[in-house]
Structures are given as C-alpha cells and as structure tokens.
Design a binder for this molecule. Structure first.
Ligand SMILES: [Zn+2]
Ligand SMILES: [Zn+2]
Length: 197
C-alpha cells in the first residue's frame, strides 16, 4: 500500500486517537523529525502497516542496520496485515535522555492466524547526519543549522511473548473490529471481505 492511496483523515494505524495526517504520516514522509522514542515506535508500526520498508530501515540505529535489509523488511511487512498496536505505559525512562524503552503489542494476521507480538524495544539517541534522513528542504536546513543533530533510532528489543491468538475463518467477523485501527471504513465486515482479502 502506498501513502498516496490512503485517506489521510482516517485514524492513524498506530491506534493513537488522531488522524494519520497529523500523527505518523509527517514522520514517514520525512517532513518532520520525531521528538520521542514512542513517536518513532508508533511511526515504525504505521510504516509496517503501509509496507514502507525504507522508513523502517532508515530508523534502525546504525549498529543494527548491518543485520537488516530493505528487501527482508519489505517481505515481512507485506506478508502480514498489521491490524493494531497497543503501547503500554512507560516505565524506567525517567532522566534517561539518550536511551528509552517502549513496550508494546503489535497485532497482525499471517496465514489466517491472528498473532500478538509483545516486545520491549530499546531506542537510542544517535547522531544522524546521513543524507538518507530526509529529502525535505526545510528539514535539511534545520539539520545544517543545528548540527550535529540527534535522532531517536530503534536499536533492539526483548520479545516478551509471541503468540497465536486465533485462527480466523473466512466468515468470522474480522478481528480488526476489536481494535482501534485505521481500517474503520471496513467496520463490521467479515474477514473474507476485510483483512482476509
Ligand atoms: Zn500514528
Ligand atoms: Zn479487518
């Protein structure tokens, strides 16, 4: 799915109570820089939902990028339907300005199975002067004025649980109905007419 086909007044993929256009879209389009680890985490989930592998790759910490490839991220993001995100209340981030943790559950469907991945992710503030950060002129000016600029990046995470919640039949109510998702226009549909397509 590409962002141009998205109705930008729809709820954001990340489940925050706001429109995609005023939530994760400006980060994914590289028109704005994230201010917090949680914003980065949310925007990375939305990028998974959209299949924007380049954004996911670019927001890995440098030390983690070597183990990744845009192609592998692309395959994984598109093999799943990313239906919802739940972010848990923050703990132990007090006074930590260079490393933060965000714990979340990502709900996704693969092979007609609803899965939950619960992870505690670690984010670091990293100097990012790489030209891959942005093509946006205003952001570029901001970068050169405030150099060196530090940006939140995803470095690694501990998987707390990874479980299969349900096997979904074609005529079941689509599981996305049980979560706050971006797919609200499809509300009430059967799986086969919704995320199962
Ligand atoms: Zn969002
Ligand atoms: Zn659905």
């Amino acid at each position: 799915m590409n962002t141009n086909s998205i109705n930008t007044t729809q709820a954001c993929f990340c489940g925050a109570n706001c429109d995609f256009s005023s939530c994760c879209q400006p980060y994914i389009n590289k028109e704005m820089l994230v201010q917090t680890a949680e914003q980065l985490m949310r925007s990375r989930f939305s990028a998974y939902a959209l299949g924007n592998a380049q954004y996911i790759y670019d927001t890995y910490a440098k030390s983690s990028q070597a183990a990744q490839s845009v192609e592998n991220i692309d395959d994984w993001s598109k093999a799943c339907v990313w239906i919802a995100l739940k972010v848990y209340p923050v703990v132990n981030n007090v006074n930590n300005t260079t490393e933060q943790f965000v714990e979340f559950s990502a709900f996704y469907i693969i092979n007609n199975t609803l899965c939950e991945l619960r992870e505690k992710s670690r984010f670091i503030l990293e100097e990012s002067m790489s030209p891959t950060i942005t093509e946006n002129t205003e952001v570029k000016e901001q970068l050169s004025l405030n150099a060196p600029l530090k940006q939140w990046r995803y470095i690694d995470g501990d998987i707390i649980s990874h479980s299969e919640l349900a096997n979904i039949k074609r005529n079941d109510l689509c599981p996305c109905n049980h979560y706050p998702t971006a797919w609200q226009s499809k509300k009430g549909k059967k799986f086969k007419h919704c995320c199962g397509k």
